[in-house]
Ligand binder design. Structure first.
Ligand code: URP
Ligand code: ZN
Length: 484
């Protein structure tokens, strides 16, 4: 068995930082320490570099129709399939994504999962791909038992949309509660898109009737209280059923406070945000029509004062994860819409998360490097049943490793990205540090920032049942630090 040693780098995990070599063999990490290079088959020089776990992005939408399960062929579908989207992920330092299998009403979860596994077999991914189950319908024979079988099949997270009243994705409180009961019974985690879809639909129709059709009305018809109300409702229904809950794409102070309230009272709730809520304020929705539409994501970007609240929540542990919500629609689909209501919501980002978060978070002094790795690697792997196989660098972990150069500036541009999307949210954004190389299960698939794998080696990743990680932030007290 050949052994490769990544020599001389600074290894950063969610647990801390250490100067160490990393030996990998047969797709796994086999040793960590000094002086491992002698006797190895090859050596990769990482001196002056950061050696990070491959990042885990548990919120992407590859080949997904816009809020419509039965989209006709000429409807907007996200432009990255499982192959293209995972190559983009890899180049950005992400070696595991968790995407969504979407249940069409009346279709069993077992059949839905098989259909998505067939997609993955058709378009073999560059990195590993787990699936969450989007539940739209519990009103068919054996729905409860079928859903309770999903964790055993490697799908321990069930996603619910409280937004999008007009779409078949929208679920009522009875469905939320039944899904929470299934999660409680079978070791699942309820994931929720928390916005009050019913009141938003009223506000939207009123705005359209007045002729308020521009992109800023996307934000004005989704005020922060629609987010916090839905979070409190999910928390209550999950607590009643005894299930853990996870809130997706938190965008504002009110949502952070709602999660903090649940946590303070001992509730089992975790939250994520996305880089777009930290990098952009709602002013982007005031840009010229198509330029604004590119930033039309849901929930919307908020006024700038919300951003510091989100940073603080990331530092203290009120928020646990940063995911991308990569949901790329080509500019032509954004341009074709007659108003904010018709505009497909979502934006690309799977390729940018590590570099943008390192720049905004670590380089600009808002996050410690270990905390960043918790947010992008360790916590997603822990909460979503992949730890320590993924999300860390430890003996026995998959050898999914990023060599990250803190002195490798670049300017982000759609022209040089691997995503098939024709625009980038971060066009022209300068970062001082960037991904140099990526190893996926021991193989160098990215070198000098370029995807170099000869064939795709990723596969469907069966995940473990939900296990609460104790969600402590990485910042340890001086006493703890001294004791280790
Ligand atoms: O704008 C977004 N977030 N689009 C993707 C679908 C969703 O709501 O997560
Ligand atoms: Zn999403």
């Amino acid at each position: 068995m050949t052994t490769v040693v990544i020599e001389g780098g600074r290894v950063i995990t969610g647990e801390g930082q250490v100067d160490a070599d990393v030996a990998i063999s047969d797709g796994k990490v086999v040793a960590l320490g000094r002086g491992l290079a002698s006797g190895s088959d090859s050596v990769v020089d990482a001196s002056g570099k950061l050696v990070l776990p491959g990042c885990v992005d548990m919120h992407t939408h590859m080949e997904a129709p816009h809020n419509d399960l039965d989209a006709p062929a000429d409807e907007a579908v996200t432009c990255d399939d499982y192959r293209d989207g995972t190559i983009a992920a890899a180049v950005g330092g992400t070696t595991t994504i968790v995407d969504f299998a979407t249940q069409s009403p009346g279709v069993s979860f077992t059949d839905t999962l098989s259909a998505w596994q067939a997609r993955l077999a058709d378009r073999p991914p560059a990195v590993d791909v787990g699936l969450h189950m989007i539940v739209t319908d519990m009103d068919f024979d054996d729905a409860q038992a079928d859903l309770e079988g999903m964790p055993e099949a490697g799908v321990p997270s069930f996603k619910l949309f409280l937004a999008y009243k007009e779409s078949p994705l929208f679920v009522d409180d009875g469905t939320i509660f039944r899904v929470a009961q299934a999660a409680a019974a079978a070791g699942g985690l309820v994931m929720a898109h928390c916005e009050n879809g019913s009141s938003i639909e009223v506000l939207q129709q009123q705005a359209l009737a007045r002729g308020d059709i521009s992109a800023i009305w996307h934000a004005r018809t989704r005020p922060p209280v629609t987010e916090s109300e839905a979070i409190a409702r999910v928390a209550a229904l999950c607590a009643l059923a005894g299930a853990p809950a996870y809130v997706m794409h938190v965008s504002c102070r009110e949502a952070v406070e709602a999660i903090a309230t649940v946590k303070r009272s001992g509730g089992r709730m975790w939250g994520e945000t996305c880089p777009q809520y930290l990098a952009f304020s709602e002013e982007v929705l005031l840009r010229e029509r198509v330029e604004a539409a590119k930033y039309l994501v849901t929930p919307p970007p908020r006024p700038p004062e919300h951003q510091e609240v989100i940073w603080q929540a990331l530092r203290t542990g009120t928020l646990s994860i940063v995911s991308t919500d990569h949901c790329p629609y080509l500019t032509k689909w954004k341009a074709a819409a007659r108003n904010f209501y018709e505009t497909p919501n979502g934006a690309p980002g799977v390729e940018n998360r590590l570099e943008v978060m390192y720049e905004l978070g670590v380089a600009q002094g808002r996050l410690r490097p270990e905390r960043l790795i918790q947010l992008l690697c360790a916590a997603p792997a822990q909460l979503f049943g992949m730890y320590p196989q993924k999300g860390t660098i430890a003996v026995g972990s998959d050898a999914d490793i990023v060599i990250f150069d803190p002195n490798r500036p670049k300017t982000i541009s759609a022209e040089t990205e691997m995503s098939k999307c024709d625009y980038s949210l971060y066009e022209g954004f300068d970062v001082a540090a960037s991904v140099q190389s990526v190893f996926f299960r021991g193989e160098a698939i990215v070198q000098d920032g370029k995807y170099v794998a000869q064939s795709e080696h990723g596969a469907f990743l069966a995940r473990q049942r939900f296990l609460a990680p104790g969600d402590r932030p990485v910042e340890r007290s001086e006493r703890e630090r001294a004791a280790t």
